[in-house]
Ligand binder design. Structure first.
Ligand code: SF4
Length: 379
């Protein structure tokens, strides 16, 4: 095959293939003969779906819902309080940009920064490590957020014997636990799930087999190009129609059944799953990743006495009512159902977590729109 043909094979935005996939999905849903709901659990999937207007090419009887797939959004207010308290107590807190404006019960890290606390935005945990090496006089605390994809990077740094003034405040979350929450919710009626390809690169697609067997719902692992997502929806509807609660992988160019075993070894050496609160969703069994006893010396919660009382305000948290992030993350509502969406809640002044992060559904729908109406295109 000529070199130019090899690259042609890598066409992921081919409108002819997209149309064919859309028609095939329509055929499957028509054959199902009822309205069906499927869920993805990934902010990156929602970004692609909204940006490319994929909901417009799905049949009206197929509802594509975003679940709790934004790790920033599910970071709970009291977890942010811990980071704010550490910053106020004098630590240098480093975290990813999306975490800066995430509200605690009363204040965000951006508020603490404006009041003079040392808060640094980093693009990677390695940058936080560099800051610790550059500022030996500071206690540098890395606020580690994200699902297992980013937890692996945090684990790698923990394993690399960081300097004594470096510690980790883990608010990392674990994706499979999020799917359990939705599947166990009596209010949801999801018939199939699209799993995030990047997380599955680490865990492997085999990790979803017990979930599919237990819930009787198929799972399809997908990449992030528009055709990846359409192919996943087609596969999901095929499995639904066949009544097969199986796991399929339409991202084989990156994901294997076993995943990255070396990364898994690092992850589970440094972290252990524990039950914890997710914002708007309540307790999630095995949903949080805490440092193991072996790495307790790096655990900011163990190294410092974190006093959140001065930065905590449960009444202010209550006042953020009207925000329906919890229902949105459980797939029970969409941003259009929130009376504040695009009015008092906008990216420049977010009321709730889903408008803060670039992976939050409210922020994504505000940027791209949620369910485009192709009849309006060109008018
Ligand atoms: Fe919360 Fe704002 Fe989304 Fe409404 S639009 S659910 S207030 S984040």
């Amino acid at each position: 095959m000529a070199a130019k043909d090899l690259f042609q094979e890598l066409k992921f935005r081919d409108p002819v293939r997209a149309r064919a996939l859309s028609e095939a999905i329509g055929h499957e849903v028509a054959a199902l003969g009822r309205r069906v709901s499927v869920m993805h659990v990934c902010g990156s999937h929602e970004q692609a779906i909204a940006r490319f207007g994929l909901r417009a090419v799905l049949p009206p009887d197929l509802e594509l819902i975003m679940g709790p797939g934004c790790p920033v959004c599910v970071t709970d207010g009291p977890e942010v309080d811990e980071a704010v308290a550490l910053a106020v107590q004098g630590a240098r807190v480093c975290t990813y940009g999306d975490m800066l404006r995430l509200p605690g019960t009363a204040r965000s890290l951006a508020d603490a920064q404006a009041e003079g606390a040392k808060v640094d935005v980093v693009y990677s945990v390695s940058q936080a490590l560099e800051l610790a090496e550059k500022h030996p006089e500071d206690e540098v605390v890395f606020l580690g957020s994200g699902f297992e994809t980013t937890a692996v990077a945090t684990a790698a740094v923990a394993l690399a014997s960081p300097p004594r003034n470096f510690s980790i405040l883990s608010v990392h979350k674990y994706v499979p636990a999020a799917m359990n929450v939705v599947a166990e919710s009596p209010e949801t009626n999801i018939e199939g799930y699209i799993a995030a390809g990047h997380a599955a690169i680490i865990t492997g697609w085999g990790i979803f087999e017990p979930f599919a067997a237990r819930t009787g719902k198929p799972v399809v692992v997908a990449g992030f190009e528009p055709l990846d997502i359409l192919a996943a929806i087609l596969k999901l509807t095929e499995l639904m129609r066949a009544g097969k609660p199986e796991v399929a992988n339409v991202y084989p160019r990156c994901v294997t059944k076993e995943g990255n075993l070396a990364a898994q070894r690092s992850l589970w050496k440094v972290f252990r799953p524990v039950t914890g609160r997710w914002r708007g969703i309540a307790e999630v069994r095995d949903g949080n990743l805490d440092l193991t006893a072996e790495f307790a010396h790096l655990d900011a919660r163990k190294r410092f006495r974190i006093d959140t009382a001065p930065v905590r305000d449960d009444e202010a948290e209550e006042a953020a009512k009207g925000c329906i992030c919890g229902s949105i993350m459980l797939g029970l509502a969409n941003p259009g159902d929130c009376a504040l969406f695009g009015k008092t809640c906008v990216p420049e002044s977010p009321v709730g977590a889903c408008m803060v992060s670039s992976e939050g559904q409210c922020r994504i729908w505000h940027t791209y729109g949620g369910v485009p109406d192709l009849r309006k295109v060109g008018t």
